[in-house]
Design a protein around this ligand. Structure first.
Ligand code: TXA
Ligand code: MG
Length: 319
């Protein structure tokens, strides 16, 4: 596996051809790094599951370059989904829509719908455009971590998660630290009105304001839908994560900057607001593991904006 730190036009061309030949390319997005394969290549997709150690019935997100590619993969797109796509793409949002034949069972976990996203990171954009130029139709990419573990927000984190499982011909594209830091907002668009399956940086407030609607609350739906992010153990570091209580000597602490670090406690992040909390969270959890900490205490932020997504991930990391 090679890490490409200078993503020139010719490097992107090469990466697209790596995908086209059925190998894997981990690439940066504004949310987290993804582990990409040609979304129409059954063997390539099988390798994603193998490298991640992920159960094969858990569906993948297909990444496309623009909302103009939507109807290749989705057969019915409600008006509100078009509005969402035109407003928040490219960006940290994934739409679940009724699928076309292109979205085969090995992508969708044999469901009748497919998850689609247009990422905004310039390297992800360039890779998607180049892949489509070479005849590709979409890049399937889960977060580039082992199943149940913390998503990577840097190329180095991808290497430490997956380096042992990738082949010589696979690549990791280095695009710096992901700006958002937590995974995309997933919205189920298969019903009369949108339902949030996973909170992210496209917040409930943003969606409600745009569509002039009130969304159903997350809690009422979270037990019924098959999304691995909703499974019990997820986003979990090796350390035990606590969301209340007092850290002791040698424990880690993640909290907004206005909260002081008790003596002997190792501060892992001091974000100034919810956006920065999201951006720093996964790296802080990773750092706790690198330092071999047994316990990490996180003081959850409020639920405003991306704060809801941070709370969601913290709760899962703490289970
Ligand atoms: O920000 C993100 O969304 C990142 C970047 C790389 O795009 N990707 C990501 O993928 O987080 P992953 O596979 O780690 O999480 C995607 C979630 C999974 O929980 C999966 O079950 C759910 O999306 N999902 C995928 N297809 C679905 C579908 N058709 N219906 C419902 N949930 C779906
Ligand atoms: Mg994931």
């Amino acid at each position: 596996m090679s890490i490409i730190s200078n993503c020139t036009a010719s490097a992107i061309k090469k990466a697209a051809s790596v995908l086209a030949s059925g190998d894997l390319v981990a690439f940066p997005t504004e949310t987290v790094y993804g582990l990409g394969a040609d979304a129409t290549n059954k063997d390539g997709i099988a390798r994603i599951y193998q490298v991640k150690g992920r159960p094969s019935d858990h569906p993948l997100i297909v990444h496309i370059s623009s909302h103009t590619q939507l109807d290749k993969w989705a057969r019915e797109v409600p008006e509100y989904a078009i509005t969402l796509a035109k407003t928040f793409w490219p960006g940290p949002m994934t739409l679940v829509l009724p699928k076309t034949k292109l979205a085969q069972d090995f992508i969708t976990g044999a469901q009748d719908n497919v998850a689609l996203r247009v990422p905004s990171h310039p390297i992800a954009q360039a890779l998607l455009i180049e892949f489509e130029k070479q005849g590709g139709l979409g890049i399937a990419a889960p977060s580039a971590n082992r199943f149940g573990k913390v998503s990577p927000t840097t190329a180095a984190a991808v290497e430490s998660e997956l380096g042992n499982f990738l082949n010589d011909s696979d690549q990791i594209l280095d695009g710096g630290t992901s700006a958002v830091g937590v995974e995309s907002t997933i919205i189920d668009c298969t019903q009369d009105s949108p339902v949030i399956l996973r909170p992210g940086a496209v917040s409930i407030e943003m969606i409600e304001n745009l569509l002039s609607i009130k969304l159903k609350s997350l809690n009422t739906i979270s037990n019924q839908i098959r999304v691995p992010g909703l499974l019990k153990s997820h986003y979990s570091p090796n350390a035990k994560v606590f969301l209340s209580g007092t850290p002791k000597n040698g424990d880690g602490l993640i909290a907004l900057s206005n909260i002081k670090t008790p003596e002997g406690v190792i501060r892992l992040a001091s974000p100034v607001n919810n956006d920065e909390y999201a951006r720093l969270l996964y790296n802080a959890l990773r750092q706790g593991d690198t330092l071999g900490l047994l316990n990490v205490y996180a003081v959850p932020p409020n639920n405003e904006g991306v704060g809801l997504a941070v709370n969601d991930r913290l709760k899962k990391a703490a289970r």
